[in-house]
Design a protein around this ligand. Sequence first.
Ligand code: CA
Length: 764
Amino acid sequence: MLKFQLVFSALTVLALSSKGQFVDKVTDPVDYVNPLMGTQSTIELSNGNTYPAVALPWGMNFWTPQTGKNGDGWQYTYTVDKIRGFKQTHQPSPWMNDYGEFSIMPVKGMKFTEESRASWYSHKAEVAKPYYYSVYLADYDMTTEITPTERAARFRITLPKTDSAFVVVDAYHRGSYIKVIPSENKIVGWSTKNSGGVPANFKNYFVIVFDKPFTSSHTWKDSELTDSTELTNKHVGAIVGFASAARGTQVQARVASSFISIEQAEQNLKEIGADNFETVEAKGRSVWNKTLSRVSVEGGTIDQVRTFYSSLYRMLFFPLKLYEKDAAGRIVHYSPYNGKVESGYMFAGTGFWDTFRALYPFLNLVYPSINKEMQEGLVNDYKEGGWLPEWSSPGYRSVMIGNNSASIVADAYLKGLRGYDINVLYEALLKDANNSGPIPAVGRQGVEYYNSLGYVPYDVKINENAAMTLEYAFDDFSIYKLGKALGRPAEELKLYAKRSQNYKNLFDPEHKLMRGKKKDGTFASPFNPFKWGDAFTEGNSWHYSWSVFHDIQGLMDLMGGKASFVQMLDSVFIMPPTFDDSYYGQVIHEIREMQIAGMGQYAHGNQPIQHMLYLYNYAGEPWKTQYWVREAMRKLYKATPDGYCGDEDNGQTSAWYVFSALGFYPVTPGTDQYVLGTPLFKKATIHLENGKDFVISAPANSASNLYVQGAMLNGQAYGKNWISHTAIQKGGTFSLSMGATPNKTKGTAATDVPYSFSTDKDKP
Ligand code: CA
């Protein structure tokens, strides 16, 4: 209760100190984060498909209250009334589901099955912070509090006066082990629950140490209680008793896990050391404040500030640290590829199809040191598994398309990250680009067609072939750019530069859209540009036709020049949200999210079209980008449980907002450029890792003054529709004058447009 009041008063003070509804200065950004943003989601409609992750940035494990049944990807749903456990989770998305999970639940009476132990709770008696979670379990008159470190956590359970308080440990139902050690107030075990692609010996080992002796202890399997102190079976757990002489008595527990062994879990428990609950909490709060403070914003509404930091919070989890520190202090990891303990970094829990677009570029801009570790992790993925992952959760998963690891590797190096073996990664890119992998989503499915015909045909039983072709072409561009930076042979550069133009093979001049093509060179018929899936991935031709990230000028030329290109862009918003769902046989949630947004065919709830709003800049009409970007920020994001417009997807959809709020977006990862939009705040500062500050200043900014009238970079007039990574890295100030009407002369010259391969004078 005390906790609740403290947090509440901190927010009140902040709100009062801001002038009117504006927040002048943010000192503790973590106070603006709402971890419940996006949690009001279902299979039919995603408002984010998130859960409150109680964890440190990129921590190895996260904690979440669990309202869903064991194994349900919707582990916490805002509208569900009962909590059945507090779950250690590594889940990147409900669709990918979890691995190695187990849960802890205080109860009154010996209720240990997941149905019988569930308790009513209310959001009114819930505090969700990135570093702290608390909830009142009404059926038991108990409060559970959790505060995490990277691989461990502290629990504090406040009891009523009772002689029958218990804590249930549930090691889940895909093969588990439990051992109660009453002499040490300890429970150890493992969970083999796994939705990923991992070796048979995969286990998440855990250790839980209480600060009070057990009054009783049992193990259980399925719904049967046993007196054994040790048990292994399909679904096992433990239940241990505590006595409370007075209401308010507390039981505390320290919990840690390891993918390596119980001994290593004990080692990871040392992260807590002698820290009491308050100290772990204070340290967690400080880590979050420090990490979030790398970008500071001023002069926005409290809602905008909350949305900004809630989104930034979502960008700081995945891929999570799968590595651990052994007793000698060495970095080690359980290899999801060979089942051995290997040295060095390893990360898991991201789909590059989503995150190559903006999440990784954001890491390269603001948090390059963590991406350097991630790149080292990719070196280990390749060494241990023979391929780069495209969707690791952990290991290789056969889901989504593309070979977008090429963009992840190329953008990091080209944005200046160093200190890892780029040559091994480049070798991996060449291998993956020229071979189909052990599963469709590793390497390149349809590579033999792509490399001979220049596209993956529609009629060779490979679904989503047009989407594949478009993404492979961009991936080839990424390889070309990286190869060039690495001084690779001219012939090799020429090959990938040429392949980067393969998008042209699918352009249908009749519809001015991308279209599936058959092996014989004729287009697939009939063609319905509103058909989702089929030749495309979770989108239709209108969404995917813009997926020429590296050559928008080339696409514009195909569409018939500037006017025609702009007309095509405008059409996305003008058309009704017509759809054909026959490929899926049902309205998938991404379709529904487009249909209900009131933005025509614009489907911001899924990733393929998210860069589209920025493309007006290439055609000399940047004010239309400014209008639509502000509109999308206003309509589609709120720091509320229904606050996203589709799956958040491991930081990608949040990265769109955070970049856009800063005033630019990485349309073409692998180049030095960010394409300009319109900043959301009067002032934003990026505190770069190199010690420099880059300030985006727009003092006249407001809801109506959304149009950029003019720009100055470090005091010099700046007319381009893009800003370079190099310029930002130098630090300085980007000053924008803002107004309520578009400046239709700014950004219209041919020299103002962002990078396109077609106009690249250095191309081979
Ligand atoms: Ca998605």
